[in-house]
Design a protein around this ligand. Structure first.
Ligand code: ATP
Ligand code: MG
Length: 179
């Protein structure tokens, strides 16, 4: 099992100008960001739409020296798996896009192979299936802050589980009816 991490933390440089009137420091999670530590080969960044996950991931990518325009944006996991060779850092922004649940399970298997081949992942996702990867850190953006969360307590997991287990009830609560 991998214990070596390529990236142990990202932090805001001292004296960094932070113009809170404008993007990106007008986003609460970016404005509040000081440091994020990585403890596990797989780290998830999750949160509601528009909370700043892609912005954060792009900042990480630039800080690490990736070209943010370097092809990750529309990365198609299902057809480009063979680009992932191990011994590397992978930052994915919603890898679940366009993948079926079966493909998401295949993604978990591939991630696991790569973790075991000394890789580190930082992934933004809305998918509770992707988040299932064991022994990962899940940072959830809540109240404009990154907070470590347990999978079972994350908003995405709770809502998804509730919908699956209580389909009629949630539809009634939402007033979504056929008559
Ligand atoms: N280039 C940009 N210039 C100005 N505002 C931007 C820019 N990119 C994103 N934003 C705004 O910053 C906020 C955070 O956007 P971001 O795309 O990082 O959120 P997200 O958490 O990735 O959302 P989603 O879950 O929908 O992907 C949003 O209000 C968005 O409209
Ligand atoms: Mg995004």
């Amino acid at each position: 099992m991998n214990t070596h991490l390529y990236i142990e933390k990202f932090f805001l440089k001292n004296g960094m100008e932070t113009d809170t009137e404008h993007y990106p420091f007008n986003i609460p999670v970016i404005r509040n960001f000081r440091k994020l530590e990585f403890h596990k080969p797989v780290t998830f960044i999750i949160g509601e739409n528009g909370t700043g996950k892609s912005t954060l991931l792009e900042a990480f990518a630039v800080a690490y020296g990736f070209n943010p325009e370097g092809g990750s944006r529309n990365f198609n996991f299902s057809t480009l798996q063979n680009r992932l060779g191990g011994n590397g850092v992978y930052m994915f922004d919603e890898p679940e896009a366009a993948l079926s649940p079966m493909r998401l399970l295949a993604l978990l298997v591939r991630m696991d192979e790569l973790v075991k081949a000394n890789s580190q992942f930082i992934i933004s996702t809305h998918s509770p299936i992707v988040m299932m990867y064991p022994d990962a850190d899940i940072y959830e953006i809540e109240d404009g802050k990154l907070q470590l969360a347990k999978l079972e307590n994350t908003r995405h997991f709770v809502i998804t589980k509730y919908c699956i287990q209580n389909r009629d009830k949630i539809l009634a609560e939402l007033g979504v009816t056929t008559n």
